[in-house]
Design a binder for this molecule. Structure first.
Ligand code: NAD
Length: 289
């Protein structure tokens, strides 16, 4: 397909973006679905964000993805937000329609879909989530929107800890049927007790991610019962120490974060174009190690 005077465009903004796989994934998918669109990546610092987004609007950009450090500002700039983006307070996907910004957050959708691919539905489940940053908040909010029964949230006492309180308050207000409890990650007794009563355990911290690849927040592998579903948001390395130990201990479902990454892109592609991404092909071409 050749670029012409009518070719539409989408892009990624944030900083850094040079390493991103998004342009390859979207451009391949546009071609495979017969769309006359292209996707680029622009390095945009937070202080450049407003000018960049106004420029995208002026140029007729159809939509953009947002990465760090611009996700929160994107939600503030949006004219309209999905429930998830509003509760999370951050957007990774913004559609530009008639000059209006419609913000979404597909990170949590990617997480829930990735579990579904493994035959696991979060509805009615009890879930322990470690983390309070961008990925953790998206996972907690989307799981609550999708019907999780009980959420145990653990985070260490750092600058992210306040997020756990605001996320819990927002979920309790909008989704009063979801029980949310907060704990310090340092309380390993509470962590292991809550895992024992959980169906799903999630790591959405940077523990396990390079250069912390030798770190697992689960020091006692006896918590890994075969029926416990174990999921990591971390995808670099593909198999974190936590996932490796869970598999070794016999957990039937133990998944890393690469599927979440793929599925959040699939969801954003559908929001942008209304079409279905050729996800299996995209995985084979760009995600398979
Ligand atoms: P963030 O900076 O927003 O949050 C960091 C979180 O990690 C906080 O909860 C912090 O308390 C915790 N943390 C950091 N170091 C820790 C340590 N040594 N011990 C315990 N907790 C620690 O980061 P984020 O954007 O939420 O990303 C978290 C992880 O999730 C990263 O590995 C990132 O690559 C991954 N991620 C994956 C996807 C996906 O699609 N799979 C999407 C977003 C993020």
């Amino acid at each position: 397909m050749e670029i012409n005077g009518r070719t539409g465009f989408y892009c990624l903004i944030g900083s850094p973006v040079g390493h991103s796989g998004s342009p390859a994934m979207y451009n391949y998918s546009f071609q495979r679905t017969g769309l006359d669109d292209v996707y680029l990546a622009f390095d945009v610092k937070l202080e450049e964000m407003d000018a960049a987004v106004n420029g995208l609007k002026t140029l007729g950009c159809k939509g953009f993805n947002v990465t760090m450090p611009c996700k929160t500002r994107a939600a503030q700039m949006a004219d309209e937000l999905s429930d998830a983006a509003r509760l999370i307070g951050a957007c990774n996907t913004v559609v530009i329609r008639d000059g209006r910004l419609i913000g979404h957050n597909t990170d949590g959708i990617g997480f829930v879909r990735n579990l579904k691919e493994q035959g696991v539905d979060v509805r009615g489940k009890t879930m322990t989530v470690m983390g309070a940053g961008g990925a953790a908040t998206a996972i907690q909010v989307q799981s609550a929107l999708d019907g999780v029964k009980k959420l145990h949230i653990f985070n260490r006492e750092d600058e992210f800890a306040a997020n756990t309180r605001s996320t819990a308050a927002k979920i309790r207000e909008l989704l009063p049927d979801v029980e949310v409890e907060l704990f310090p990650l340092e309380d390993s007794r509470a962590l292991y007790d809550r895992i024992a009563e959980s169906d799903i355990l999630v790591n959405a911290t940077k523990a396990g991610m390079k250069p912390l690849e030798d770190v697992s927040l689960i020091g006692d592998a006896s918590v890994f019962r075969p029926e416990l579903v174990v999921a990591d948001a971390v995808y670099n390395p593909r198999e974190t120490k936590m996932i490796r130990e869970a598999r070794k201990a016999g957990c039937r479902v133990a998944v890393g974060g690469i599927g979440m990454l793929l599925r959040q892109g699939e969801a954003a592609f559908h929001i942008f174009t209304g079409k279905t991404m050729p996800t299996d092909e995209v995985y084979e071409k760009f995600f398979k190690e």
